[in-house]
Design a protein around this ligand. Structure first.
Ligand code: AMP
Ligand code: DBH
Length: 541
């Protein structure tokens, strides 16, 4: 098995420790600290479950023993695909206690993605819910097991069918739990949005991740009176750590898990639980702004609405305070590390027009031209970054590492940004070919690869088009061969491949050919850009 690791050069690690960013904390040690300080305080609310810090820890320990008794061993990777339910937290804290390494999948992922995560991580287990939003994850587990039999242990929250129920793990009473992890060890694998090809796995250590959510909790003003609503899927880095569920628990605050981010599901929870802060992607923020004026639910407890994952336009941002009566916080982050926040006491103009500034004084930010030279202050260019919670390498992906990181360890974010004199960043767009569909990142290349697998597709190019609601939507330009398929049939075929639904192109346009240069060559990148340009010009004209 390829070991999971994340290593910073010694002089950087020493500096990050000296400056007090890395404090030797782990998930297990910080939960222990909260239990010691406030055992009976309510920590987690999800569905019918209401757990104190002590109860969360007790459940995590029982799960840790049960998973080890099942046959998993410290160091093993386990794909965790759970919706926003309380058990998400007992399972992952249980895994940290047993030194098992979660690989976070989103509820929207299907067999293509899960097989890829399981193989790349060499996972030995898979933890799912029985059903969620009408989808049966046990059927998905069957399908995945057919391709990756090494994924021997499937654990189900709810009705287990042929698998093991979380509630019926073998009795681990006699199992000795391992010592707590070394804080420089990898705690889990997070997934990237995947700008080229399939998602990459992101190894995050206890030291670096606890720093990112501890500092985030402080920037977001969390304290034991705060109530954080996880509205977005909690496996995503934003609701997980910015400050997310872990930042909230770190601060002794309460976490409330919403089964869906829709106003219908979230507004009653805000009123009932006195939610003070939550995070949304821009399209959801627009839905909330639309629904808030006429809702019967009292939203007055809400102090901060965070918006991130994709660019929130100033016109919409300006409406947050008047309509919702709370402070907007823009969040520009990435699972690889760097997270920027507008500060709660920033001037309204900064909050509305920028995507914030980095968490750490030691987040190094470079803005370079395409040749790699620094640009004069204020000019837009490629964002590169390095710092105390930004990774230096992906897991098990030599090719991606060579492309995504410079010799001296800077991560090439793929974002085009400019920096204002106060250090705030304004996101201008992406350098790469990916679609940011309401915060879900889709690689054009991955989708083109799938389309090329269809017998009637001769060639395909996938581009992003501006969309009033989603921000960006995906459009596939297709050259057919033989009989031209119907767009709906092609979409159904894509779904049948076992691909997450959000990756199925929103729009399909058949074309007779793709342009080429005089020598009959054109890069995929130029091709996508030119198709997009011509389509938009036609749509306008
Ligand atoms: P992921 O790879 O899924 O972690 O997505 C990270 C990417 O999401 C960033 O590199 C940006 O392209 C995009 N992103 C995140 N937050 C924002 C934001 N507030 N504004 C614009 N783009 C964002
Ligand atoms: O989009 C993201 O990946 C993201 C957005 C906001 C993120 O990872 C984060 C905050 O931590």
């Amino acid at each position: 098995m390829t070991p999971v690791q994340q290593v910073w050069p010694a002089e950087f690690a020493a500096r990050y420790r000296d400056k007090g960013y890395w404090r030797g904390e782990t998930f297990t040690s910080f939960l222990r600290a909260r239990v010691t300080e406030m055992p009976d305080r309510l920590a987690v609310v999800g569905g019918e479950q209401r757990w104190s810090f002590a109860e969360l820890e007790a459940r995590a320990e029982a799960i840790a023993r049960g998973l080890l008794a099942l046959g998993l061993q410290p160091g093993d990777r386990v794909v965790v695909q759970l919706p926003n339910i309380a058990e998400f937290l007992s399972v992952v804290f249980g895994m940290f206690r047993a030194r098992l390494v979660p690989v976070y999948a989103l509820p929207a992922h299907r067999s293509v993605e899960i097989v890829h995560f399981a193989r790349t991580a060499e996972a030995r287990g898979y933890i799912i819910a029985d059903r969620h939003e009408g989808f049966d994850y046990r059927a998905l587990a069957d399908e995945v097991l057919g391709e990756v039999p090494e994924l021997a242990h499937v654990v189900v929250v709810g009705e287990a069918g042929p698998f093991t129920a979380l509630d019926a793990l073998p009795d681990g009473g006699a199992v000795a739990l391992p010592e707590d992890a070394d804080p420089s060890e990898v705690a889990f694998l997070q997934i990237s949005g995947g700008s080229t090809g399939l998602s990459k796995l992101i190894p995050r250590t206890h030291d670096d991740y606890t720093y990112s959510f501890r500092a985030s909790a402080e920037i977001c003003g969390l304290n034991p009176e705060s109530v954080y609503l996880a509205a977005l899927p909690v496996a995503h880095n934003f609701p997980m750590s910015s400050p997310g569920v872990f930042g909230a628990l770190y601060a002794g605050a309460r976490v409330v898990l919403a089964s869906s981010p829709s106003p219908e599901a979230a507004f009653p929870l805000i009123a009932r639980e006195g939610v003070t802060i939550t995070g949304l992607v821009p399209p959801l923020a627009l839905l909330w702004l639309q629904a808030a004026p006429t809702t019967p639910h009292d939203l007055s407890s809400l102090q901060v609405l965070q918006v991130g994952g994709a660019k929130f336009l100033a016109e919409s941002a300006r409406r947050v305070r008047p309509v919702l009566g709370c402070t907007l916080q823009q969040v520009f982050g990435m699972a690889e590390g760097l997270v920027n926040y507008t500060r709660l006491d920033d001037a309204e103009e900064i909050i509305v027009t920028t995507q914030g500034r980095p968490i750490s004084p030691d987040d190094e930010v470079l803005i370079l031209d395409d040749a790699g030279y620094p640009l004069p202050e204020g000019e837009a260019g490629n964002l590169l970054t390095r710092g105390p919670y930004t990774i230096r390498a992906y897991h098990n992906n030599v090719g991606a590492n060579a492309r995504a990181f410079t010799q001296d360890g800077f991560y090439r974010t793929g974002d085009v940004v400019k920096r204002l004199p106060d250090g705030s960043l304004v996101v201008q767009g992406r350098a790469g070919d990916h679609i940011n569909r309401a915060g879900e990142k889709i690689s054009a290349e991955e989708i083109e690869d799938h389309l090329l697998g269809h017998p009637s597709v001769f060639d395909a190019a996938v581009v992003s088009l501006p969309d009033d609601f989603l921000g960006e939507r995906s459009c596939a330009f297709i050259i057919a061969q033989g009989e031209k398929p119907k767009a709906a049939a092609l979409k159904a075929w894509m779904r049948g491949r076992g691909l997450a639904d959000f990756k199925v192109p929103d729009q399909i346009v058949f074309v007779d050919g793709f342009e080429t240069t005089a020598v009959g060559k054109i890069s995929r990148k130029e091709l996508r850009a030119s198709l997009r340009r011509r389509f938009l010009a036609q749509a306008e004209g």
